[in-house]
Design a protein around this ligand. Structure first.
Ligand SMILES: [Zn+2]
Length: 203
């Protein structure tokens, strides 16, 4: 399957972007979270919120999310941007795992987390205490696929060092700015400020 994305140009004309080209644009933003060009999504002629896309797929955004692979796949399949990222990162995605609560790499409470395995794939953890609805899940899985896109290809030891470095805060800012915010995740602004403050503290 090939998904195509549409790049809007200032003159009103357009260029059809293949999935891989759009992902390449996204990766450029990851490496520079302060990029002034704008977010990945501002370049793409679609700003359909995840809430609307779920509704269009007959999934209640506020419905209770049940932690099964089947439900996860149904949501991945219903939201175009999640499907695009999944298409790109599929071979690096390991298992989906759940726990009541989670702490991230810095010991902070998290709704979801991505952890590299020795074989280079990433397991994705979800906190049942915080991921309550289908919409919560869609923001969470999108966010974690974004991390996988940026972190894949590292060796296990590189990754272990990476998550202890300030670069992980930059990556968080970028994922929140470029993925969650344009997708309509109401937590984005708070999260961006939070990681910006962490970065300031270590400077
Ligand atoms: Zn994150």
């Amino acid at each position: 399957m090939k998904y195509s994305l549409f790049l809007v140009l200032g003159n009103g004309g357009g260029v059809t972007f293949t999935n891989s080209n759009a992902i390449a644009v996204l990766q450029k933003y990851f490496s520079n979270p302060n990029n002034s060009v704008g977010s990945f999504f501002e370049l793409i002629k679609q700003i359909t919120s995840f809430k609307t896309q779920l509704e269009e797929a007959d999934i209640n955004p506020d419905g209770k999310f049940k932690f099964t692979d089947k439900n996860a796949n149904k949501i991945i399949d219903s939201i175009r941007e999640i499907k695009d990222l999944y298409f790109e990162t599929e071979s690096q995605v390991g298992k989906y795992l759940v726990s009541e609560r989670l702490l991230d790499h810095n010991g902070l409470p998290a709704t979801s987390a991505t952890v590299m395995q020795q074989d280079g794939t990433f397991n994705i953890y979800f906190a049942t205490k915080y991921i309550k609805t289908n919409l919560d899940f869609s923001f969470g899985i999108f966010h974690e696929f974004g991390h996988i896109l940026n972190e894949r290809g590292m060796s296990f030891s590189e990754w272990t060092n990476y998550i202890k470095s300030p670069a992980i805060f930059k990556e968080e800012i970028s994922v929140w700015k470029n993925l969650n915010l344009p997708a309509g995740d109401p937590r984005s602004t708070t999260a961006i400020k939070f990681y910006e403050n962490l970065l300031k503290k270590i400077k």
